[in-house]
Design a protein around this ligand. Sequence first.
Ligand code: NAD
Length: 254
Amino acid sequence: MSVDRVTRWLAEADRVTVLCGAGISTDSGIPDFRGPNGVWTRNPAAQRMSTLQDYVADPEVRRQAWRNRRDHPAWSAQPNAAHRALVDLERSGRLVAIVTQNIDELQQQAGSSADLVVEVHGTMRAVQCLSCGDRTPMPDVLARVDAGEDDPPCLRCGGVLKSATISFGQALVPAVLAAALAAAQDCRLFLAVGSSLSVQPAAGLTEVAHRYGARVVIINAEPTPYDGLADAVLREPIGIVLPRLVHGALNATG
Ligand code: NAD
């Protein structure tokens, strides 16, 4: 399937929803989870930090998780050409939403409007208490970690703190899921970018968009379970192909 054909579809579509995964941020130096150099591909045990049951039950998992947050490449990462292309798509007035599974906030840093970015898996830049729900900025908690608290408890209620991200075994925020569903249902073109499409319910938005009549385009280096229903699958580097698609479509429509 040629890039030119998808560019034409993008030029024709007045309502576009984008579903992003970790693959859009690898060019910014943040490894994905399941790609060839993914965090979990290289160290399957790291999944325990993202599993609620292990996190709550095992202080050593939490200690490792805080070190991991402190040393995360997102703190020094910069948005890349693909994030910026989506900002240009928004400026053209055809973007319904960017539903992102990413927790790095690079899309907002690139200049996307916060109300168009639906963070289905939350953000690593905030911390939430699992008992009382109190929310604090991540840098405040990391300062406590640096000062020697290797498993800092909630200052309000003493409960277990965790990054404000969705772990395995943890439900999505209903209003956020509803916004993501609405965006999948209300578009003419659905672009799934840089996701292995293996985490539900986010991946299933691809099928929802297809069922509601959108053209579905998947841009990902590796096969996904949804390739069969897609109208086009582009296996090219996101940082090259996404800007080419967006700018080609915008040039075509003036
Ligand atoms: P994933 O790791 O399961 O899949 C990423 C996919 O992107 C892989 O199939 C890989 O082949 C592809 N890819 C990577 N770089 C690419 C490139 N430059 N061009 C083309 N394809 C490329 O990621 P996922 O589907 O987003 O699911 C992982 C979960 O982990 C998400 O829920 C997310 O919350 C979290 N996560 C987030 C970040 C982040 O915020 N940047 C990073 C890692 C994981």
